[in-house]
Write a protein that binds this ligand. Structure first.
Ligand code: SAH
Ligand code: TYD
Ligand code: ZN
Length: 405
């Protein structure tokens, strides 16, 4: 039996996705002889209820100079983070010398607004390419992994922060012990640590199993986050559901006793307990739904192929590595995947080696069916590609079940 990374309790595996590649490793065609694979499986801690991966991938294999995920590729996400920054400016960064820190600031999508407002800030971002781009936007960045030692260094040179924010990054970090100790060193007595990540409640509700891949190590609930925060002298004082990335929760954490918890915290935990969210029967049921989606998707794509229809995919997401590798999708079922990210184009998808082509390919070599890998951006993409459906094209979605629209 493996031990929980948070509390040392028993970790019980509930789904095995098998051999999977690094989800963001887009190799040049023909140059994937040394491709890295690991066993992707998820488990539940029967003590603290944290859902987590059974195996950890070394962080330098995922986050490095060529990390190809650029947050600013979505207009909806640019707006989301601009509003997030404005809210911090109005509510938390109002004192005489405000200071905001972001963990995993990527290309500066959130901090740019804070930098433009002339407020002291620092992004901590280990991936060189995205960090460099954020610098060109006037954002101050430390090109390192955030951990206790980094936080102690920042506190010594810059002082403590009013806000430590992190989006889609805390769930990527197995070593949360070091993160909480770092937050303890870096946060002002009345400061807040705010992070947002895909919500287990939504992953289970929609069977959005492709949220599970190497980089997503933890799948949080209000209950597991509260229990984790308490271990380090913090408490969960607010929760807010967010519609982005297929359904997330934003958690606000403060030092124990520093702020009055919102009733929303107890309400969310009660709701999670009522539905038995982080329990084995629920998670095993989720696993059965995953297997059904896998079978249905392979059956649909095989049928379309037999009918002579062409299928391409839309969005070379990290998430799609899980779907494609679980279903064994290769070029005989999906001819290419289009994506707007230059760093992914003219490369091949991880494990399945489907060519990644620029967004223009979708207009020049339009398929009969488009498998929407970036389903979390469905509204934005379907609006942009309205002509595809007007011209008779059909979208294939696999969340919450396989369906064609
Ligand atoms: N916040 C952005 C980026 C999310 S992608 C958004 O929501 O869109 C996750 C980012 O976390 C990557 O840019 C990765 O390089 C960074 N990251 C991974 N481990 C980290 C760590 N220990 N400290 C800081 N950033 C980290
Ligand atoms: P996303 O779903 O945000 O994240 P992840 O990689 O973590 O699963 O990735 C979206 C991908 O889709 C990204 O590579 C950019 C691409 N994309 C497009 O090609 N066109 C678009 O209109 C949008 C919104 C995204
Ligand atoms: Zn635990």
């Amino acid at each position: 039996m493996t031990a929980c990374r948070i509390c040392g309790g028993d970790l019980v595996e509930f789904y095995d996705f098998g051999r999977q590649p690094l989800s963001d490793a887009f190799h040049k065609p023909g140059q994937f002889q040394d491709e890295f694979f690991f066993r992707l499986a998820v488990g539940l801690c029967t003590d603290c209820t944290m859902v987590q991966l059974m195996e950890e991938v070394p962080r330098d294999k995922m986050f490095h100079e060529d990390y190809p995920y650029y947050s600013s590729g979505s207009a909806v996400m640019r707006k989301h983070f601009e509003l997030t920054a404005r809210r911090f400016i109005e509510t938390e960064l109002t004192g005489p010398a405000p200071f905001a820190v972001e963990i995993g600031s990527n290309d500066g999508i959130m901090l740019k607004t804070i930098a433009d407002a002339g407020i002291k800030h620092l992004g901590v971002e280990p991936s060189g390419g995205v960090a460099e781009l954020s610098r060109s936007k006037g954002v101050r960045v430390l090109n390192e992994f955030f951990q206790e030692s980094t936080a102690v260094e920042i506190a010594a040179t810059d002082g403590q922060a009013d806000v430590i924010f992190s989006a889609n990054t805390i769930c990527h970090i197995p070593y949360l012990d070091s993160i909480f100790k770092g937050v303890d060193a870096l946060l002002k007595p009345n400061g807040v640590f705010v992070f947002e990540d895909p919500y287990l409640g939504e992953i289970v509700r929609r069977t959005s199993f492709d949220q599970i891949y190497d980089e997503h190590y933890y799948f949080f609930t209000a209950r597991s986050v509260q229990s984790m925060a308490n271990r380090y002298g913090f408490e969960l004082v607010d929760v807010e559901r967010l519609p982005v990335h297929g359904g997330e929760t934003r958690y606000t954490i403060a030092r124990q006793g520093a702020r009055t918890p919102s009733p929303a915290v107890a309400e969310m935990i009660a709701e999670e307990n009522e539905r038995g969210l982080a329990t084995l029967p629920t998670l095993e049921g989720f696993g059965e739904n995953v297997t059904k989606i896998k079978d249905d998707l392979v059956a649909l794509l095989t049928k379309l192929k037999a009918e002579g229809k062409t299928v391409a995919a839309y969005g070379a997401t990290a998430k799609s590595a899980t779907v494609a590798n679980l279903c064994g999708l290769s070029t005989d079922l999906v001819s290419y995947v289009c994506d707007t990210t230059p760093q992914k184009q003219n490369r091949v998808s991880p494990g399945t080696h489907i060519p990644v082509r620029p967004a223009e390919a979708f207009h020049e070599d339009t398929p009969d069916y488009a498998l929407l890998f970036a389903w979390n951006h469905a509204e934005e993409i379907m609006a942009k590609e309205k002509a595809f459906r007007d011209g008779g094209g059909k979208w294939i979605l696999y969340v919450p079940e396989v369906h064609v629209v």
